[in-house]
Design a protein around this ligand. Structure first.
Ligand SMILES: Nc1ncnc2c1ncn2[C@@H]1O[C@H](COP(=O)(O)OP(=O)(O)OP(=O)(O)O)[C@@H](O)[C@H]1O
Length: 246
């Protein structure tokens, strides 16, 4: 079967610098992929390419069997900056992709869909609040709701929990996992957090300078992938050792 996402010999230069050349990768539908690698190797660049926000200088890129020539309807991208505007309430921000996409034009339908998703993500109490009135976790949930509202089949997330405290981080991680599984969406997320990679990724991509991409299935780690598992940290150590060995 053809992969959901296929990168063939992808190369890109930014500001006169070669970020990667000859990159190959395949992503299967419904699988969660963690993308890790040292700072500056090009993780965000790769997400931007797959999202259609950047155009590769060489090679081919397909999502859902179609060449990527710009943003794709079924791909939703949660960027580090979250993209919440100070002048929009949570409900306005979450409903915005539906208004922009033009597929849903009925105001009542947009309001109903938005309210349903806000309730599902525990945000019903802050629908009328502005970003400055929210906690970090609520802002992250609101941005996540905005990512999910168009029912995407492909979720891209750039460090979805990096700015959060440990407890909030755990609740957002669980939410991302629950939503990805429930929707059967393909997820590709960047993280610097080893535990998060093991916890949320079915597969871990390790990106190296120049575009070398290695992958490992977390199911193959000795210590399992559930935080409750007492041997979970053995998996984290295994991942660290793999990273250091490459
Ligand atoms: N628009 C741009 N113009 C020129 N160079 C760029 C541009 N965007 C990124 N770069 C460079 O490309 C390289 C990869 O950047 P990128 O942000 O993709 O790395 P990263 O792995 O996501 O880093 P980090 O983990 O620190 O977020 C860096 O050297 C960066 O300076």
């Amino acid at each position: 079967m053809a992969p959901f996402v296929e990168l063939t010999e992808i190369g890109i230069r930014l500001g006169g610098k070669e970020i990667f050349a000859g990159m190959n990768a395949r992503l299967e539908r419904g699988v969660s992929y963690a993308l890790i690698g040292k700072s500056g190797v090009g993780k965000s660049t790769l997400l931007n390419l797959i999202a259609g926000y950047l155009t590769p200088g060489s090679g081919s890129l397909t999502v859902g069997g179609e060449p990527v020539n710009g943003p794709r309807r079924g791909t939703a991208f949660l960027q580090q900056e979250l993209g919440l505007f100070p002048w929009q309430t949570v409900a306005e921000a979450v409903g915005m992709p539906l208004r922009l996409a033009g597929g849903v034009t009925d105001k009542k339908e947009i309001a109903n869909k938005t309210a349903g998703l806000l309730a599902e993500l525990g945000l019903e109490g802050v629908a009328g609040s502005y970003p400055a009135q929210l906690s970090g976790g609520q802002r992250q949930r609101a941005a996540l709701a905005r990512t999910l509202i168009g029912e995407p089949d492909f979720l891209l997330m750039d460090e979805p929990t990096s700015s959060l405290d440990a407890v909030t981080k755990e609740s957002i991680q669980l939410l991302v996992q629950e939503q990805q599984r429930k929707r059967g969406a393909t997820l590709l997320f960047v993280t610097h957090d080893i535990e998060e990679a093991v916890l949320l990724g079915d597969v871990i991509f390790l990106l190296e300078a120049g575009g070398g991409l290695s992958s490992r299935k977390t199911a193959d780690f000795e210590g399992g992938t559930a935080r409750e598992d007492i041997r979970f940290y053995e998996s984290c150590i295994e991942l660290r050792q793999w990273m250091n060995a490459l």
